[in-house]
Design a protein around this ligand. Structure first.
Ligand code: MG
Length: 457
């Protein structure tokens, strides 16, 4: 049989098999993950904001599912992002503090996310996805830790926080770098243009993906301080400079959705919109009705907006109150992409495909969720209960009846306190607490001599 004929017969054979598979499992979607920096629980119209005009993001919620009990694993950048990339608690991958015990990485850090970890980008790449990271990375600025060495085909962005350059007078940081892949292309870029430039890069990436599915990770620089927005948004929001950046991100989200429609792939693309940690209220964010915010383990620190849209699969105009986490994207997206998650290590995230697809009676797979502040375990949630374990006397809150954590009901529910204390002990043994090491932690990675990406003025 000539080769072409032989291949045709193979294809004919393959078609019915492929069709059968399509009936039982959803098709492999493109994935767009929009990740804000410091966007709080009440900073979007669809979560109750009266100050920020966010029609495009609200439309995502209209056409998709909005999660009310979605958590990141830390109330600051670096550890939260380590979890997003690895599906693990920060302490699991030892990214809960920098080499000097500080909470996030700083320019020229010796430490970074261990290249031995298999990131979500590496998983999707193995499943033949094209991958791009456009925006803030913050998991190490040395070459071996950069996105292009952690599963992303390409990178464009400011690799850490936008206040880690010359934003402050008397700053000792080197100039803020803008990178393309591993090369610094600008120092101290005009931050008012950053959201616009990220958006253009994202659109270009989407437009060039024709033959295979893609994973676009878009971790915005904003609304992290210092706040800068381009002309059409600067000074326009009722929410002040913070609101200006939120509204420009809303514009960006609208442009990305428009591009997906123009390319005819809006229905084949799963879009996630969320944030890395709760809002800093002193910078104009609101986490209402939650207590606390960025930097602490009250609900406002770790509970953030999360919207997921995938027409025909993720139900529209739905609100999901089940406990979900940013770690869950790892096994869930791997499942949807047909990627295999590593079996030689613990992954803390759970596959929440059943919750995404809105299966009747679907429940959170999490028995417990742990709130760490730097290295200390401070609280545990199980079901509707949250126990703060840091104070001498335990503080118990019923998050269903008391979302603002105002009423400590520990004395009325001693058995629940005991059950949650036992769950906290599980985390202490497994992940550690304070200077106590956990039995199943994996190491981060270090370079001997770190070089800052930029020097001089
Ligand atoms: Mg942040």
């Amino acid at each position: 049989m000539p080769l072409t004929q032989w291949m045709t017969s193979l294809l004919l054979l393959a078609v019915p098999l492929g069709m059968a598979a399509a009936e039982s499992t959803p098709p492999r979607p493109n994935i767009v993950l929009i990740f804000c920096d410091d966007l709080g629980y009440n900073d979007l119209g669809c979560y109750g904001s009266k100050e920020h005009d966010t029609p495009n993001i609200d439309k995502l919620a209209d056409k998709g599912t909005r999660f009310t009990d979605f958590y990141v694993t830390a109330p600051v950048c670096t550890p939260s992002r380590a979890s997003l990339m690895t599906g693990c608690y920060p302490r699991r991958v030892s990214m809960h503090e920098d080499a000097n015990g500080r909470w996030v990485l700083f320019p020229g850090a010796r430490k970074g996310l261990n290249p031995d970890e298999v990131t979500i980008a590496e998983l999707l790449k193995q499943a033949d996805y094209a991958t791009a990271c456009i925006g803030k990375w913050h998991l190490g600025d040395q070459k071996r830790f950069l996105p292009t060495n952690q599963g992303f085909d390409r990178y464009f962005g400011i690799p850490y926080s936008n206040d880690m350059g010359h934003a402050r007078a008397n700053s000792n940081y080197p100039p803020l770098p803008l990178l393309r892949n591993e090369t610094v292309i600008e120092k101290e870029p005009d931050q008012s243009q950053i959201t616009r430039r990220y958006t253009e890069e994202a659109i270009q990436f989407i437009k060039t993906q024709r033959d295979r599915p893609f994973f676009l990770y878009l971790p915005h620089t904003f609304p992290h301080w210092p706040h800068h927005a381009s002309d059409p948004f600067d000074g326009k929001s009722e929410g002040g400079p913070f609101g200006d950046t939120v509204e420009e991100i809303d514009w960006s989200t609208g442009r990305i959705m428009q591009t997906l429609r123009e390319q005819g792939i809006a229905k084949e693309t799963l879009v996630i919109f969320t944030s890395d940690n709760g809002g800093p209220t002193h910078h104009g964010s609101s986490n209402h009705p939650l207590r606390g915010g960025k930097g602490n383990t009250w609900e406002g620190g770790l509970r953030v907006p999360c919207i997921i849209r995938w027409p025909g699969h993720v139900p529209a105009s739905r609100v999901c109150h089940e406990l979900t986490t940013s770690m869950d994207f790892y096994p869930t997206l791997a499942n949807l992409a047909g990627a295999r998650i590593p079996e030689d290590r613990i992954i803390d995230g759970k596959d929440i495909t059943h919750l995404l697809l809105g299966e009747p009676g679907a429940q959170s797979p999490h028995i417990a969720f742990y709130y760490y502040r730097v290295k200390a375990l401070e609280a545990v949630r199980s079901g509707e209960w949250k126990l703060r374990v840091k104070s001498d006397t335990p503080q118990l809150f019923n998050l269903r009846r008391d979302i603002g954590e105002q009423h400590n009901v520990a004395s009325r529910h001693p058995l629940i306190v005991k059950r949650l204390q036992a769950l906290a002990d599980v985390a202490r043994r497994d992940l550690g607490d304070g200077d106590r090491k956990g039995k199943s932690q994996r190491p981060a990675d270090y370079v001997n001599e770190a070089e800052p990406l930029t020097r001089g003025k």
